[in-house]
Design a protein around this ligand. Structure first.
Ligand code: GTP
Ligand code: ZN
Length: 398
């Protein structure tokens, strides 16, 4: 070994010693931080489903990281042992509070406690309409064990943490966007937003316009003309009034044998419509007086915000309706431009004639969609919603 080689070897050995010492130090650091986390876990064990519903800061962080995939397929709990598996039962979640879930099971209604893992991710990983597995422990307490994968869902961003989804209802065939002609007034731009959220979750949309008793036929014809735009791309609308009973049978026929959810602004009449449907259905197993509406609430002087918890009503014969609390603003989860375009099906055929293949239908010349709006072939209001949402996407930097 010549002098040059010796020098090189010395250099390598020194480097190796340095790297080993550094990785030893790193491993020690990791061990130390793991030990710290372990300590924390004895207080907030995310995996121990029988622990209390306390929420750890790290859990809060994990909660906010839930993705769309996780939503459609909530994480199942760790597999139970054979004995527990045998005792496991299936059920349908009909309502949920912070710690307790009401489950419709084979023998009737049962109340189950939520494991801390689910209590903390409530409204994301577990929501009304979810199929759940539950078990009864030796001490007689009942617990939700896991949530089965969802077929559909309706979700919106958490009003406080926009990147986190809140599931309003799961496994619904139909989402009925209930609106009213007056008190509160019709807001078609809000319908557009609901429709996008419904399409995102995979259910069939239906628009229900309530309180038609409050307007003359002429007024109605004028105001409801904008709904034709939805009918043109296959979204049906039903007009009704719980005061006159008009349209209730038609609506009930659309929902028969399916699981639906009523969503919409507070006070549009969701609970009243549900009551009318139950009243009409003589075979219904639901006691209509258990459905709280604004009228009852007013009698008690508590205002019109009556429905506080989403609740599933099983009407029998395969018909179920979920009533939900009113929502003022309906935000949308993050979208990309192409997905947004796909939620405006009326643009599809037209877009073929746009000059640019990737036309965004906003600023480009020779845009067939813009031409159609000008020619009144596409609803100006819907196009306005599209532009507004495009603008929102740009602001978010999507
Ligand atoms: N004129 C008229 N009033 C109605 C009709 N349907 C419901 N209402 C009234 O509208 C008010 C609100 O009705 P609810 O059924 O509680 O409305 P909701 O959409 O369930 O409200 P939230 O639970 O707050 O979301 C009540 O005073 C009802 O009596 C209708 O067809 N015509
Ligand atoms: Zn275009």
């Amino acid at each position: 070994m010549n002098r040059e080689e010796k020098k090189l070897r010395h250099h390598f050995e020194k480097h190796e010693r340095y790297v080993t010492a550094k990785s030893r130090k790193k491993r020690a650091q990791v061990r130390k931080s793991m030990a710290k986390k372990k300590g924390a876990r004895t207080k907030f064990d995310h995996r121990r489903w029988e622990t209390s519903g306390e929420t750890s800061p790290s859990f809060e962080k994990r909660r906010r990281q839930l993705s769309l995939d996780a939503l459609a397929n909530p994480t199942p709990a760790p597999e139970p042992d054979d004995a527990a598996e045998a005792a496991m039962r299936d059920g349908l979640l009909i309502s949920i509070t912070r710690r307790i879930a009401s489950v419709l099971a084979e023998g009737g209604l049962v109340e189950c406690l939520l494991p801390s893992r689910l209590a903390a991710t409530q409204q994301s990983e577990i929501a009304v309409g979810d199929r759940v597995r539950w078990l009864e422990k030796e001490d007689g307490s009942r617990w939700i064990h896991s949530v089965l994968p969802r077929a559909t869902y309706l979700a919106r961003p958490d009003p406080h943490y926009e990147h986190m989804q809140r599931v309003i209802a799961a496994n619904v065939d139909v989402v009925v966007n209930v609106v009213s002609v007056k008190y509160p007034p019709l807001r078609p731009r809000l319908i557009d937003r609901y429709l996008i959220a419904i399409m995102q979750g995979g259910a069939t949309p239906l628009i229900c316009v309530n309180k038609i008793d409050l307007e003359s036929d002429e007024e109605l014809a004028d105001e409801l003309a904008c709904l034709e735009a939805y009918a043109e791309f296959g979204v049906e609308y039903v007009l009704c009034s719980t005061k006159t009973g008009q349209g209730i049978a038609t609506l009930a026929s659309r929902l028969r044998g399916r699981c639906s959810v009523f969503v919409g602004h507070s006070g549009v009449g969701k609970s009243s419509i549900l009551r009318s449907i139950v009243d009409l259905d003589t075979a219904s197993v639901v006691d209509a007086s258990t459905i709280r509406t604004g009228a009852i609430s007013e009698a008690h002087g508590t205002g019109t915000h009556t429905t506080r918890l989403a609740t599933l009503y099983d009407l029998g014969g395969g018909t179920a309706i979920i009533d939900t609390p009113g929502i003022r603003e309906f935000g949308l989860m993050k979208l990309d431009v192409e997905t947004l375009k796909s939620y405006f099906p009326e643009f599809d055929d037209l877009a073929i004639d746009c000059r640019f293949n990737d036309c965004s239908h906003t600023h480009e010349p020779e845009c067939a969609v813009k031409d159609a709006v000008e020619a009144d072939d596409v609803s100006e209001g819907r196009y306005e919603t599209y532009l507004r949402l495009m603008e929102e996407l740009r602001e978010q930097g999507t």
